[in-house]
Write a protein that binds this ligand. Structure first.
Ligand code: APR
Length: 318
């Protein structure tokens, strides 16, 4: 596939810089733009990454751009087909994602206003936490149609669950399929009925207690890493997930992924950002899918919906 288009990543911290690197290494974009409010940081990272091109054998060019409080510098993102928003504080040990809400909402407002102004036709992929709320806020501030504002969480939770199952059974990750829906956090819904290992239902291989243990570890997957790092949160698996979503948008692939998307009647649920499976393409969400669920899983998804809907109700006032 020929290289084309521009993707921008806002926030050149750990999550943003690794996402930008992955996007560049795909070698499918003409340009990756990386921005941050810290003077020189995005320019420095972009220069460093560009110098890796010869070694890794890719041509995509990265442009680093410092942005100011009044939006100066945002011209660099003009014409982006995709904008990945990673700007925001990460957790420290003992913090919940909700502890970040006020600070990250201020950052999101500033970023989203400029994204709407300079890249009015883009698809927004938000990764800043708390995920569901910041995704909802990004949509409100940009005023973009819901299908053009998506959040990354389900791909990551599913990747973590898959890793834990593969590790437990000592099998290749490629032989494991898992799925998580719902919210990023307490109301994550592990879809055990969709989990298979080499075609066999997970429930036939592991006991209920063993599955519950892996689900709990997945639910706390972010906190486990925050506890080990002590100074920030995970970014390698998260950036892999976000970059794959951006790739699906760029390639208009229709790939089915668990993402944070606006529900509008699916499962009988409406009017909130929720973790569901969806087809991803150039318009963002092509279609939210109704994954076949057991009655118990459907009830858990309903609970997750109630929780995220309540939390998103006040987002517009942040
Ligand atoms: N515009 C652009 N960048 C900003 C802004 C802003 N208004 N405010 C802060 N930033 C930048 C910071 O300068 C920093 O470089 O966002 C970057 C955040 O980077 P890290 O502190 O390394 O955090 P990171 O691990 O990348 O996490 C970013 O993703 O997983 C979530 O909870 C996490 O919300 C956090 C986000």
């Amino acid at each position: 596939m020929a290289r084309s288009g521009k993707v921008s990543v806002i926030g050149a911290g750990f999550y943003g810089s690794t996402t930008a690197l992955r996007l560049a290494e795909y070698d499918i974009f003409e340009t990756v733009v990386l921005t941050d409010v810290i003077e020189g940081k995005p320019e420095g990272i972009a220069l460093d990454i560009n110098q890796s091109r010869w070694v890794e054998g890719y041509e995509t060019k990265m442009v680093g751009q410092t942005t100011g409080p009044n939006g100066d510098g945002y011209e660099a993102i003009a014409g982006s087909e995709i904008v990945v928003i990673t700007a925001g504080l990460p957790r420290k040990p003992g913090m919940s994602r909700m502890d970040l809400i006020e600070t990250n909402a201020k950052i999101m407002r500033q970023v989203a206003e400029n994204v709407a102004k300079y890249a009015p036709d883009c698809v927004v992929i938000n990764v800043a936490n708390p995920l569901d709320e910041m995704t909802a806020l990004a949509q409100i501030v940009t005023g973009f149609p819901h299908h053009r504002v998506i959040g990354q969480a389900g791909m990551l939770d599913t990747a973590r669950f898959t890793h834990f199952v593969a590790e437990k059974l000592d099998v290749p990750v490629a032989s494991v399929t898992t799925l998580t829906l719902g919210s990023h956090g307490d109301t994550m819904v592990p879809v055990a009925s969709a989990c298979v290992v080499d075609g066999k239902p997970l429930g036939d291989i592991l006991s209920q207690d063993e599955i519950t243990e892996l689900v709990e570890r997945t639910r706390n997957g972010g906190a486990e890493i925050v506890g080990l790092l002590k100074t920030g949160s995970a970014y390698y698996a998260p950036s892999a997930a976000a970059a794959r979503m951006a790739r699906a948008v760029h390639e208009d692939s229709g790939a089915v992924m668990p993402v944070c998307a606006w529900v509008d009647g699916e499962y009988g649920l409406s009017g909130a950002y929720l973790g569901v499976e969806a087809e991803i393409g150039k318009e963002g969400i092509k279609k939210v899918l109704e994954t076949p669920l057991t009655e118990a899983e459907r009830a858990l998804l309903g609970e997750a919906y109630e929780a995220v809907k309540a939390k998103q109700a006040d987002v517009k006032d942040l």
